[in-house]
Design a protein around this ligand. Structure first.
Ligand code: MF3
Ligand code: CO
Ligand code: CO
Length: 258
């Protein structure tokens, strides 16, 4: 398992792609309301990426994925395909955006709530977002991948939720999914040592119930086996000389940077 070190020129392109991906999550927010279909959300994001950003929605036709974004509602863990079904009050939905600009990828996702979430849903989303940020805060040269996974797993399990094992974060750059794999569980002091110039995602999937998942017959949609709710947040990161840069930071998150 290796990781490429990006050049200064590549890092600048990663910053641009990351900012565009984050911007899509910002512009879609007011549209995530009861009655809208996830297909309509896909269309709005697609049009913004293609017409405004002059970028490419990476999921479209990626290994046969049929749409431009992933929309994962309630018990869907990840890779939900946008459909004609409307969102209803109380739904929680992850929207996962990946754009390609000037040959480089930016990949990010967050949870949206339709109306008022249940207390459980609210707590699950909060724990998952905090788990992502606890992982992010480990990132600096010399840190090992096992340190990131361990920090996330420990935090999630302390809240009696479970970490999905089958899907993970990934190196990112010219390719959507590059080495290394970024597991959201692990053993401290093990795994690849981080170096400045590496770019990768952290994207924990957290289930309110058991960790097991199953793949739907469509070949994409991943759901919790026990039908419990699932949440996910994702950022694309750069390892800097002293710590990290969040390439997909949204304006609402500037207070989270340490
Ligand atoms: N965006 C997802 C990730 O974070 C990958 C989606 S693959 C797709 O890695 F084909 F479903 F779009
Ligand atoms: Co990703
Ligand atoms: Co993603």
């Amino acid at each position: 398992m290796s990781a490429t070190i990006k050049t200064a020129d590549e890092i600048e392109k990663m910053r641009i792609a990351g900012r565009l991906a984050a911007e899509v999550l910002e512009i879609i927010e007011p549209h995530v309301v009861a009655g809208i279909t996830t297909l309509e959300l896909d269309r709005i994001c697609h049009d913004h990426i293609v017409n405004v950003q002059k970028a490419i929605p990476a999921p479209l036709n990626y290994r046969g994925f049929p749409k431009s974004i992933c929309t994962s509602v309630n018990q869907v863990v990840c890779h939900g395909i946008p459909t004609e079904k409307s969102l209803k009050k109380g739904d929680i939905v992850n929207i996962d955006i990946t754009v390609i600009k000037d040959g480089y990828h930016g990949d990010t996702s967050k949870m949206f709530v339709v109306g008022q979430p249940s207390i459980l849903a609210n707590r699950l989303m909060d724990v998952t977002q905090k788990a992502l940020w606890i992982g992010i805060e480990q990132v600096k040269p010399g840190c090992r991948l096992g340190d990131i996974g361990h920090a996330i797993q420990t935090f999630v399990e302390a809240h009696h939720y479970s970490v999905v094992r089958e899907y993970c974060g990934h190196g990112i750059g010219r390719e959507f999914h590059e080495d290394p794999q970024i597991l959201h569980y692990g053993t401290p002091g093990t795994g690849l040592v981080l170096q400045p110039g590496m770019c990768f995602t952290i994207e924990p999937m957290v289930n309110a119930g058991k960790q097991q998942v199953k793949l739907k017959p469509d070949g994409w949609t991943v759901v919790t086996k026990d039908r419990s709710l699932s949440a996910q947040y994702e950022h694309t990161l750069l390892v800097t000389d002293d710590a990290y840069e969040v390439l997909t930071l949204r304006k609402e998150e500037t207070h989270l940077i340490s």
